[in-house]
Write a protein of this length. Structure first.
Length: 222
């Protein structure tokens, strides 16, 4: 198996965990229990990040169930909204959640270049995405390289990721992180705060990273 095929297989496996049954309990269990109790980052922190940075032309990468998109305050009553993921069930669930905005849906592997039909955006989010991607931080940060051609100058990129190093961990969070890595749901055993800062600094004019529990929340400007 060549490198591209191996990577595609790993990404497919990582996204395959999000089945229809998983997505049914995602908001209540992952966002409502695991995030505040295990990672110690309540979903209201991520919701506030959306409200600060989402624009009237927004691309959401790895939208999950569309929980945050369904609740955030867009600066326009009818934003240009696009959803990007490899998993068709994720895209369908999120699309239905924000159907009132008539989002466009794009199914791609974000670790490879992709075509969005010429659409351009002034904000993009990757919430709880990086820790699911295979490879080290330098490799998975290719998602930013493939995103940049679709963004306007001055666009804002924001998101969050669970890290293994450089953030706070408890025995429970460390055990949970190890379990998810063994099951290949997460691929972040070596991801560190320093690496994330380095990759953002290489690509963006300005960036800021804050830590809440075991989660790094990043905000960057093109």
């Amino acid at each position: 198996m060549d490198r591209h095929a191996a990577q595609q297989s790993q990404v497919t496996a990582a996204t395959a965990v999000y089945t229809s049954s998983t997505l049914m309990v995602y908001d209540a269990f992952v966002l409502g229990v695991v995030s505040p109790a295990v990672w110690r980052c309540p979903r209201k922190v991520m919701a506030a990040q959306y409200d600060r940075h989402v624009s009237a032309r927004h691309l959401d990468i790895g939208p999950g169930t569309g929980y945050f998109l369904g609740r955030c305050r867009f600066p326009s009553p009818q934003p240009q909204l696009a959803l990007l993921d490899l998993n068709p069930m994720v895209l369908d669930r999120a699309r239905r959640r924000v159907e009132r905005y008539r989002p466009t849906v794009h199914r791609h592997n974000i670790l490879q270049p992709y075509d969005l039909g010429g659409l351009r955006f002034s904000s993009a989010s990757l919430n709880f995405v990086l820790h699911c991607l295979p490879g080290g931080m330098s490799g998975k940060s290719a998602v930013f390289d493939h995103l940049l051609p679709h963004l306007d100058p001055g666009a804002r990129v924001f998101g969050s990721t669970v890290l293994a190093h450089g953030v706070g961990h408890t025995p429970i969070s460390r055990a949970h992180l190890d379990l998810l890595n063994r099951r290949q749901v997460f691929h972040n055993r070596n991801d560190s705060l320093e690496q994330l800062e380095t990759e953002l600094d290489r690509r963006f004019a300005r960036h800021e990273v804050s830590v809440r529990g075991s989660v790094a929340l990043f905000e960057a400007t093109v």
